[in-house]
Ligand binder design. Structure first.
Ligand code: UDP
Ligand code: MG
Length: 138
């Protein structure tokens, strides 16, 4: 059993894609163990993406992440980190496999609709960043 953090980023929420993303999660039989809407501050976005702080896109990315509300979820299941990343598609939507969320909906390498953790250690950090144990009820 594994957990991963999913975010429907501000572009996804703003464009009315929450239902579409959740529909795809449910159609894939992914268990949603927690879900809430948040509105990140700049500092919160910087902390969340601290691993990327030296990258040229950090400033723009953290501005984007606090430009509107986002939906954060904890997904749970066997091999869920890899399975959810497969459903999302590659970071660059131009390289994402057909039928993935990013291939179907992303408009930009930055505005790519969704986030997913990339390893068990990052998932543990990212889930703890937005949820306490009492909020993971599913
Ligand atoms: N990103 C960007 N430019 C890049 C690479 C990444 O704007 O050249 C953004 C994009 O929104 C991506 C996020 O930074 O989702 C985190 O990058 P990462 O490499 O961790 O990709 P992910 O794990 O989200 O696929
Ligand atoms: Mg990443």
């Amino acid at each position: 059993m594994e957990r991963t953090l999913s975010i429907i980023k501000p572009d996804g929420v703003g464009r009315g894609l929450v239902g579409e993303v959740v529909k795809r999660l449910e159609a894939s039989n992914f268990k949603i163990a927690a879900m809430k809407m948040i509105y990140m501050t700049k500092a919160q976005a910087q902390g969340f993406y601290a691993v990327h702080r030296e990258r040229p896109f950090f400033e723009s990315l953290t501005d984007f992440m606090c430009s509107g509300p986002a939906v954060v979820m904890v997904l749970e299941g066997e091999d869920i980190i890899a399975k959810y990343r497969e459903l999302m598609g590659a970071t660059n939507y131009k390289e994402a496999a057909p039928g993935t969320i990013r291939a179907d909906f992303a408009t930009d390498i930055e505005k790519n609709v969704v986030h997913g953790s990339d390893a068990p250690e990052t998932a543990a950090f990212e889930i703890g960043y937005f949820f306490n144990a009492f909020e993971i009820t599913g």
